[in-house]
Design a protein around this ligand. Structure first.
Ligand SMILES: [Zn+2]
Length: 416
C-alpha cells in the first residue's frame, strides 16, 4: 500500500504540472514564491516492522513518493541513535531529555536522509548529473550519494566556507566551485538545471521555497524512528536547528503521517532553533509569506540565514510550536558543554537546539516532566576551526613531573 497522493502547492493547492523547483505559478502571479508539497493519505496504514531495520530509511518507502521501479541509492542512512541526555537534563531539571544524533549518518549529517532520495529520483528521472548550492553538509552528502550512483556532482559554494567543509565536499569526487556571492550560486545553478538538465539538490529560487518536495520526505523518517525509539510515543517537544527549515518541515510531515495512522493523537510542539529570528519574527507578525530578517556573518554557518520557507513557519504555527535564537557565544559554550558532559562532539550549528532548550526551560515554557527531543544535525569534526576558538593550545613538555605540572597549570589551569 502506498500513501502518496500527488503534488500540489503548499499554499493554494494548485496541482503540479511542470517542474517542482520553479515554485507555484498560481502563487507567483500574486507575488509569492511557494513550493509544491507531496500529499499522502496514511489512514489504514501501519509502520513497517522494526526487524526490517537493515533497509535504513527505505524501510519507510511506502511513505515516500519515488516511482515503484526507482533505484534505492543507499549507503546506510537512518537508524541513528536516540540518547538520553541525563547530565544536561539534570542540570536543567528535566526528567525526560533525549538527543536524536544525526551525526551518525554516513556523511555525518541528517542531510543523508534527503540526499539519498534526491539521487534516487535523479536516477529514476535519468538526469545527467546533480547540481547543488551548499555551505557544506548538504554538498558533502549529495557528493557521496552521487559517487554511489555514478552521477557527476557539481557544487557551488561561497568563499568563507571552512577549509574542512571544502575538503569534505571534494573528498567524494564532486566538482566544487566558489562564486563571489550567495546570489551568484543560484544564478549559475539554475542555468545547469534549465540548459543542461541537471537535477537540483537544493532550491533555486530566492526567496527560498525549500528543497525538492519529494526529497524533504526523507526527514519524515526522523519522526518515525523517534516514535519507535520512545516506545511508541511522540515527544511533547522537538527542538530542531533550522536554516530555511526543510528538516523541521519534513519532521512535521512525519508527525502528521503518524497522526493519520492513529499512532499519536496530537502533534508534538516543534521548535525552530535559529540565529536571526527568521521564523520567530514571521510567526509573531502572522506573516502569510515570510519576510527576510536582517542577518550577518556567524560561526553557525549551517543555520545562519535571515530567510525561512512558508512551509516551515506554517508547520511551527499549526502544532503550537515556537521559535527562538542561539547566538555564537551561546552555541560555542554549548558545544563544549555537550562534548564535556555527554561525550557528543556536535557541529556548533547543531548546538542551537540545546541553547534554545535552555531558554525555554528558563522561561518556564517547558514543564519538567515533559518529553523533550533535541536534534543534533551534524558533527563538530567538520568545523575544527570553530572549536579551536576556545580550546587551549597544546603545550610541549619535557618528560619530567615538574614540567608536566607547570604546563598543566599554565595551559589548563588545573591543580594536578
Ligand atoms: Zn500556489
Amino acid at each position: 500500500m502506498v500513501a502518496y497522493k500527488g503534488v500540489s502547492c503548499a499554499r493554494c493547492g494548485h496541482p503540479l504540472e511542470g517542474a517542482y523547483y520553479d515554485g507555484c505559478p498560481a502563487c507567483k502571479k500574486k507575488g509569492f514564491n511557494v513550493n509544491y508539497e507531496t500529499k499522502y493519505d496514511c489512514s489504514g496504514m501501519k509502520l513497517p516492522p522494526i526487524s526490517d531495520k537493515d533497509e535504513g530509511i527505505y524501510r519507510f518507502k511506502d511513505f515516500f513518493s519515488l516511482p515503484e521501479n526507482a533505484p534505492h541509492v543507499s549507503i546506510g542512512e537512518g537508524n541513528t541513535p536516540l540518547h538520553r541526555l541525563d547530565r544536561i537534563g539534570k542540570k536543567l531539571g528535566l526528567n525526560n531529555l533525549y538527543m536524536k544524533d544525526e551525526s551518525k549518518n554516513p556523511t555525518m549529517s541528517h542531510k543523508d536522509r534527503m540526499c539519498s532520495l534526491i539521487i534516487s529520483k535523479a536516477l529514476a528521472d535519468k538526469a545527467p548529473g546533480v547540481v547543488i548550492s551548499s555551505t557544506g553538509n548538504q554538498g558533502a552528502s549529495t557528493s557521496a550519494y552521487c559517487s554511489v550512483a555514478g552521477l557527476p556532482c557539481v557544487i557551488f559554494t561561497t568563499p568563507n566556507v571552512s577549509p574542512s567543509m571544502k575538503t569534505w565536499m571534494q573528498a567524494f569526487g564532486a566538482f566544487v566551485f566558489v562564486t563571489p556571492t550567495m546570489e551568484d550560486r543560484g544564478i549559475i545553478m539554475e542555468k545547469l538545471v534549465q540548459e543542461m538538465g541537471y537535477a537540483p539538490a537544493s532550491g533555486l529560487i530566492d526567496p527560498p521555497i525549500g528543497s525538492s518536495c519529494f526529497a524533504v520526505d526523507g526527514y519524515k523518517t526522523i519522526s518515525f524512528e523517534v516514535f519507535e525509539q520512545l516506545g511508541g510515543k511522540a515527544p511533547d517537544w522537538f527542538i530542531i536547528p533550522i536554516s530555511y527549515g526543510d528538516t523541521l518541515y519534513g519532521i512535521s510531515k512525519g508527525m502528521h503521517d503518524l497522526e493519520d495512522m492513529g499512532y499519536i493523537s496530537k502533534l508534538p510542539k516543534l521548535v525552530a532553533a535559529e540565529v536571526f529570528h527568521s521564523c520567530e519574527n514571521n510567526l509573531s507578525a502572522g506573516n502569510e509569506i515570510p519576510v527576510e530578517q536582517p542577518s550577518k556573518a556567524s560561526i553557525q554557518t549551517s543555520i545562519a540565514t535571515g530567510k525561512v520557507t512558508f512551509q516551515t513557519v506554517r508547520a511551527v504555527r499549526e502544532c503550537g510550536g515556537l521559535a527562538s535564537t542561539s547566538n555564537d557565544d551561546e552555541a560555542l559554550a554549548m558545544q563544549q558543554e555537550l562534548a564535556q558532559t555527554e561525550g557528543v562532539f556536535a557541529e556548533v550549528s547543531s548546538c542551537a537546539s540545546l541553547v534554545v532548550l535552555k531558554k525555554l526551560v528558563a522561561e518556564k515554557k517547558i514543564a519538567l516532566d515533559e518529553k523533550v527531543v533535541v536534534l543534533i544535525t551534524s558533527t563538530g569534526i567538520k568545523t575544527p576551526d570553530v572549536t579551536q576558538l576556545y580550546v587551549p593550545e597544546i603545550p610541549i613538555i619535557k618528560p619530567t613531573i615538574e614540567d608536566y605540572k607547570r604546563a598543566m597549570a599554565e595551559s589548563y589551569h588545573h591543580p594536578l
